[in-house]
Design a protein around this ligand. Structure first.
Ligand code: ADP
Ligand code: MG
Length: 678
């Protein structure tokens, strides 16, 4: 058998299943071997019910009290309930929609139950556990991304068979000198241990090798493609006019704002286009820095585009710019999906003939019929929501315009360099004077009522607030879903208040309407998922309650919290969580202790929080199988220096020992470049 053979020839797969595997992107034997587990279940450590910590994944050996009782909740949702005991306590078991699992369980028999512990210290629960007969041998089990008709177990068997028959034909792609220098295990050991680790140390060694290889490939590819070729800029600021703009502002700039404005003016007076990332924590005042750059561009006779990821944000920036430019003879235009057709026509023609100096907008600005007379500056806010391709489109509309990217995400420098190429970074280190840091508390759910009453007191004073719930995953009925929670609040505690709901599944028009109602004060309380994370400024919103706070990454909590504390009132953030594991509690306590976004991001990285707000897809970079660019940033810098070392000896990867690396690069980038690498 060869690695490029169809997966159907693996024992236990066959033609029919091969079709199902295809849905997971697995076509060849190689694809299967490189389809890594999403996570593991450690069935090797049995925990007693008494010792099982709430929030943790545990394996419990216990006797079922009875056959699970079936309950039809509604159409499409049937649950099965039973209790299990192990002499130290009783565990309530609930199985959602899986008759198959439920039927396995018989009264009086002993089983292994694996799942997340929920409930309370008095009544621990486990929802939708994996269930095995208790005599099954205990080991670390791989869990794969599954589809409806292809379970993790079937995949596991196929992988085991593939390893049996093919492990010895997997070629080593890394040169020996790199493996020696960076302490990497062989590819064959890595494949064996990523799927079936003997213990967690073996799993980490395998991960290290595979992540390193992937990041090395990414790094080599980006370097080989010469991702950045800077050409001459179209705009060169002759007169730095920012002073007159700054003087007109109603506040004094912070020192970092002044520095950033000065540096940007200098960048824009060069003949090479600026490519700068403006990083600053939420509320640090990035917009005014961007406005100064726009001002300079327009006063020097060039056009500027200011892009935001959502309509509401675009509208907000538009209003801000209108106000700031009021007495300077600059009239911004707003172009979004819901701009009236007649206005759209007028704006498009005025952009084409150069009458309009600055346009603020969403991706509508990227549409084909928008052209510019002399575009000189492109600004994008909350950049990580835009893809590389979109940036390329904007680049083409001007003649190498200057580019300023704003982000509140503290991206590690190595990562930023990789994503944005050869770029400079300005950081807004301090918040404007007079800001009161948000007071943060961490409480358990039995204080929920008090927390909500506290919210009420604020609403009664004419202030506004948020309640944030995490996304609900399938079968997790114990978690509060935003939708049902909003209903509960509306008809209960907050029945005399106006409550709005905002979640990711709503279409953008509805979302914008709700945001607008909240912005205008029509809604007093907004119940929401994390969609409010991205920057709308409602200074009157001063209180936020975050449910199941342990579910969020720290950086994400920080972004969320950034929605309040924007006015002159004292603001409060209440994190509700019943997580009992010490690590989760420590993470939440970090939020209580500090409001410094960079410290929080560091802590997040250190503790490998789950928050993946930084998916790679959005960057237009190739999909990574196993590496996470944010949490694996330490390996990223090692891989980047290895790439540099390799290419300095062999700039086109043509040596025989680099054959494998070359193959890797072509494979990883084939999807996005159409094979332009030579
Ligand atoms: P962010 O960096 O999160 O985008 P904004 O640019 O929205 O922050 O600024 C937040 C608020 O702070 C705005 O209302 C803005 O007018 C105000 N602001 C910005 N700079 C200063 C400053 N130097 N002094 C006082 N207020 C400021
Ligand atoms: Mg902002």
């Amino acid at each position: 058998m060869e690695l490029k053979d169809s997966v159907q020839f693996i024992k236990g797969v066959g033609g029919k299943r091969a079709e199902l595997f295809k849905k997971l992107g697995i076509v060849t034997v190689r694809d299967l071997l490189f389809f890594f587990p999403r996570t593991y279940e450690d069935w090797s450590k049995i925990c007693t019910i008494a010792d099982a910590a709430i929030g943790d994944f545990c394996c419990i050996r216990a006797i079922a009290d009875r056959k699970p009782i079936e309950q039809r909740i509604r159409k499409g949702l049937t649950i099965y309930k039973t209790n299990a005991t192990d002499g130290t306590g009783i565990l309530k078991i609930t199985i959602f929609n899986s008759k198959f699992t439920a039927q396995k369980i018989e009264e009086g028999k002993e089983y292994l139950f694996f799942g997340r512990i929920s409930g309370s210290l008095w009544q621990k629960e486990m929802n939708t556990p994996s269930v095995e007969k208790s005599e099954r041998n205990d080991r670390i089990r791989p869990i794969y991304r599954q589809t409806e008709s292809l379970s993790s177990k079937i995949i596991e068997k196929a992988v085991a068979n593939a390893i049996d028959s093919c492990i010895d034909i997997i070629p080593e792609s890394l040169p020996q000198y790199i493996m020696d220098k960076y302490y990497l295990c062989s590819i064959r050991d890595a494949i064996k241990n990523i799927h079936f680790p003997i213990d967690s140390d073996y799993a980490s060694l395998a991960r290290r090798r595979l992540i390193f290889e992937e990041l090395l490939t990414l790094s080599l590819g980006l370097r080989l493609m010469g991702s950045v070729k800077r050409k001459k800029a179209s705009l060169s600021v002759v007169n730095d006019c920012s002073d007159s703009f700054v003087k007109s502002l109603p506040f004094t700039l912070t020192a970092s704002q002044s520095d950033a404005i000065k540096t940007i003016s200098e960048d824009m007076s060069e003949s090479i286009p600026m490519n700068r990332l403006l990083q600053g924590d939420v509320g640090s005042g990035k917009t005014v820095v961007a406005a100064a750059a726009v001002y300079n561009a327009v006063k020097n006779g060039f056009q500027a585009v200011f892009m935001a990821p959502t309509e509401i944000l675009a509208t907000q920036h538009y209003n801000t710019l209108c106000k700031m430019f009021e007495n300077h003879g600059i009239t911004p235009e707003l172009l979004t999906g819901s701009t009236k057709l007649s206005d759209k026509r007028r704006i498009i023609s005025q952009l084409a003939n150069g009458e309009t100096g600055v346009v603020v907008g969403t991706h509508a600005v990227l549409s084909d019929n928008v052209t510019f007379n002399n575009l000189g500056l492109v600004i994008t806010d909350e950049q990580h929501r835009f893809g590389v391709e979109q940036r390329a489109v904007l680049g083409k509309k001007g003649n190498n315009p200057h580019v300023l990217v704003m982000s509140a995400t503290p991206i590690p420098r190595t990562l930023a360099l990789m994503i944005y190429g050869d770029l400079d970074i300005s950081v807004l280190k301090e918040l404007p004077k007079g800001r009161k840091p948000v007071q943060t508390f961490f409480v358990t759910s039995n204080k929920r009522e008090r927390a909500l009453n506290f919210v009420k007191q604020h609403l009664d004073k004419g202030l506004q607030g948020y309640v944030v719930c995490p996304l609900v995953e399938d079968g997790e009925l114990d978690l509060i879903s935003a939708e049902s929670y909003a209903e509960t609040l509306k008809s209960g505690v907050f029945k005399d208040y106006s409550v709005g709901l905002l979640h990711g599944k709503m279409n953008s028009r509805d979302k914008d309407r709700v945001m607008q109602d909240f912005y205008s004060g029509k809604l007093q309380l907004l119940v929401s998922t994390t969609v409010i994370e991205v920057g709308v400024d409602v200074p009157n919103a001063v209180i936020m309650v975050i449910e199941n706070a342990e579910r969020f990454g720290l950086s994400q909590l920080h972004q969320l919290r950034g929605r309040i504390g924007r006015g002159t009132e004292e603001s409060t953030c209440i994190l509700i969580s019943d997580a009992s594991n010490p690590e989760a509690r420590q993470r939440l306590n970090t939020m209580v202790k500090t409001t410094d976004g960079f410290k929080i991001a560091d802590e997040d990285l250190r503790m490998r929080g789950p928050g993946d707000f930084f998916g790679t897809k959005q960057h237009g970079l190739p999909d990574l199988q196993i590496a996470n660019m944010l949490t694996d940033s330490h390996l990223l810098s090692e891989a980047a220096s290895a790439a540099q070392e390799i290419l300095s000896n062999d700039p086109s990867l043509s040596d025989d020992i680099h054959k494998g690396l070359r193959r890797n690069v072509i494979r990883l980038f084939s999807g996005i470049t159409g094979g332009t690498m030579n």
